[in-house]
Design a protein around this ligand. Structure first.
Ligand SMILES: Nc1ncnc2c1ncn2[C@@H]1O[C@H](COP(=O)(O)OP(=O)(O)OP(=O)(O)O)[C@@H](O)[C@H]1O
Length: 590
């Protein structure tokens, strides 16, 4: 109970901090809205003398003024209403925009392992949908506080001043309003969180339907996917409906309670009047003030439910904001001079899990091509992921030129590294931008030269708009080999001294494979290369091979030596040979 109260307090402080930059704009909007009310009041007020003047036509001087004043008043009203809406809405949209940008910046700065088992859909729903709800903070909650709370306080003061006892009587219903509103509000908060989870689920299903289109079709599961989406949408509909009902119930509650409050006041007031204790004037004045209180109280009650909704969304966003960003070191690393060293490296993905790497000691010398081989799950990817410091080892350390990676400036370290992974990520941009991803300042000639060396220039020229061709979402309109060559061109253009390759396990057709292999050879020229190898040619040509098994280095050496000596390696090599398809077949000809 106490924890929950503390959480609410923290949430409210965070919400207050979020809204602070936009307060001047909101205050200006409230000011405009007060002006607008005054103008409306004035229009109503002057209606009588104007009507008398026009209809009675006694005052000709005034009659002449009426048409321009009416036109001006309505024009001013239109513009003030516009200004009010503009100020109010822009503050809300700004709040949403800035929060999204802040969250995205945070997302990009997270370590790659931080998101763990979270799906991208859950992150997307937090970034787009939960942040969208924040808009209500401006257009509802803050607005209500600015507009209604001062009226409530003024009216209460008047009512107390006139008849404090009558007013107190009206207030006996206040605790009921407070407790009921709070209870409904809690329901709204819970439902909002659930509804946002369902939004994440829907986002997930949409992503599956687009990314998994082929699988869904070939397994004939389209109908089931539709049904699941419809079922989730139905769940979301019910959750939203529940939110609407709870919010409206809050207003009903205020109506019912105020009805009772009023009944008490009328009953007691009449008694006082008939007993001659108070004057009719006092009674009427207190009654009017109390009556006028009900409208603003109802609005504040409704707003409290909205605030709970916002708290629910903020709580979900806090999960993302609570993840720690990558920690950066401060030792500059302008160049790669001699070696990468693993010292007693043990790594677990979770404290209670088995280690994936166990006591690895390994030195990779500058200029060397090191192939890492091992059965599936041996820890190869984990090993290479430690070099760009995608994560820190749980025990031991990784050093570049004798400096622990934890102390090195991350940007410097990563500037020295090129990475060509199994899954080629192409961005939703032109071929040109995709190649220049690591060097946005590269000239056209440099980009072409990189593409030529990656054996990509020819096919790029044949694309409809050459280098300016937009690659579709995830570059779907290119073949696997073409995608890989673009990734290689990207690495060639960056020209890093250290290269990390995670060879694709799936074989390409032999023509494509030859081109990719040549492009890779070109890329590896003169660079220190660590490659998770799946091709026979790669392991045969490597300066050294490291055999990983169950997180340990089981053997190390050149291909010829290992074939002669290590049992584990011979076994592995046999599986490579047995599986040689396009990839291996290519190089057996030599
Ligand atoms: N992010 C992660 N969280 C938890 N466990 C992980 C994570 N990444 C990998 N693992 C586990 O660590 C072990 C080693 O995985 P790793 O990807 O390093 O092996 P690998 O040798 O590269 O395998 P493969 O050749 O199949 O890609 C596996 O058991 C895997 O399930």
């Amino acid at each position: 109970m106490k924890d929950r109260a503390a959480l609410t307090e923290v949430l409210d402080r965070e919400l207050a901090a979020l809204i602070r930059p936009y307060l001047p704009r909101v205050a200006a909007a409230v000011l405009v809205s007060l002006l607008l009310s005054a103008l409306n009041g004035a229009i109503a007020w002057f209606f009588k003398p104007f009507t008398n003047a026009v209809v009675g036509a006694h005052d000709y001087a005034l009659v002449a003024w009426v048409p321009p004043i009416v036109a001006a008043a309505f024009t001013a009203r239109g513009f003030l209403a516009y200004l009010y809406a503009y100020l109010m809405r822009s503050a809300g949209i700004k709040l949403v925009r800035d929060t999204r940008v802040r969250l995205y910046r945070h997302l990009v700065r997270l370590p790659v392992t931080a998101l763990g088992t979270e799906t991208s859909a859950r992150v997307i729903s937090r970034l787009l949908s939960d942040t969208g709800i924040l808009r209500l903070l401006v257009s509802d909650t803050i607005l209500t506080v600015f507009k209604e709370v001062p009226s409530i306080l003024t009216l209460l003061a008047v009512a107390f001043y006139r008849r404090w006892d009558v007013t107190l009587l009206a207030l006996v219903v206040a605790p009921a309003i407070g407790a009921g509103t709070h209870r409904f509000g809690k329901g709204v908060k819970l439902k909002r969180k659930q509804a946002q989870q369902t939004i994440a689920q829907l986002t997930h299903r949409i992503a599956e339907a687009t990314a998994g289109a082929k699988v869904i079709k070939v397994f004939g599961r389209g109908r089931e996917m539709e049904e699941r989406f419809a079922a989730d949408s139905q769940v979301h509909y019910r959750q939203e409906l529940k939110i609407v009902r709870l919010k409206e119930m809050t207003k009903v509650l205020v109506d019912v309670c105020t009805g009772f409050g009023l009944a008490f006041v009328i009953w007691y007031g009449q008694y006082l009047v008939s007993a001659g204790t108070i004057t009719v004037g006092d009674y009427a004045s207190a009654l009017v003030a109390i009556l006028m209180l009900f409208g603003p109280v109802k609005k504040v009650g409704g707003s409290y439910a909205v605030l709970q909704e916002i708290r629910g969304a903020k709580e979900r966003m806090n999960w993302l904001e609570g993840l720690a960003e990558e920690t950066d070191g401060d030792v500059p690393l302008p160049a790669f001079r001699s070696e990468i060293r693993f010292e007693g490296v043990t790594h677990r993905y979770r404290p209670d899990a088995e280690p994936v790497l166990r006591g690895i000691d390994l030195v990779i010398h500058k200029g060397e091509v090191l192939a890492v081989v091992g059965p599936s799950g041996a820890g190869k990817t984990t090993l290479i992921d430690l070099i760009p410091r995608f994560m820190d080892p749980t025990e031991g350390r990784v050093l570049v030129d004798g400096i622990d990676l934890r102390r090195v400036r991350l940007a410097d370290l990563r500037a020295l590294i090129g990475l060509v992974g199994q899954d080629v990520i192409l961005f939703n941009d032109t071929v040109r931008e995709n190649i220049a991803f690591g060097r946005p300042d590269a000239t056209d000639e440099e980009i072409r030269e990189a593409a030529r060396r990656a054996y990509a220039h020819e096919f790029i020229q044949e694309l409809p708009r050459g280098y300016e061709t937009l690659l579709g979402e995830r570059g779907l309109n290119l073949s696997g080999g073409q995608r890989q060559r673009i990734a290689i061109a990207r690495a060639i253009l960056k020209s890093p001294p250290i290269l990390i390759l995670d060879e694709a396990t799936s074989a390409l057709d032999s023509v494509s494979e030859t081109l990719v292999q040549r492009a890779l050879d070109e890329l590896m020229q003169g660079r220190t290369t660590i490659v998770v190898a799946h091709r026979l040619s790669t392991i045969r040509n490597a300066d050294r091979i490291v055999v990983l098994d169950h997180g340990r280095i089981r053997a190390e050496g050149r291909h010829e030596d290992l074939v002669a000596g290590s049992g584990v390696y011979r076994e592995l090599y046999a599986t490579f040979e047995a599986g040689r398809g396009g990839a291996a077949g290519e190089e057996t000809g030599d």
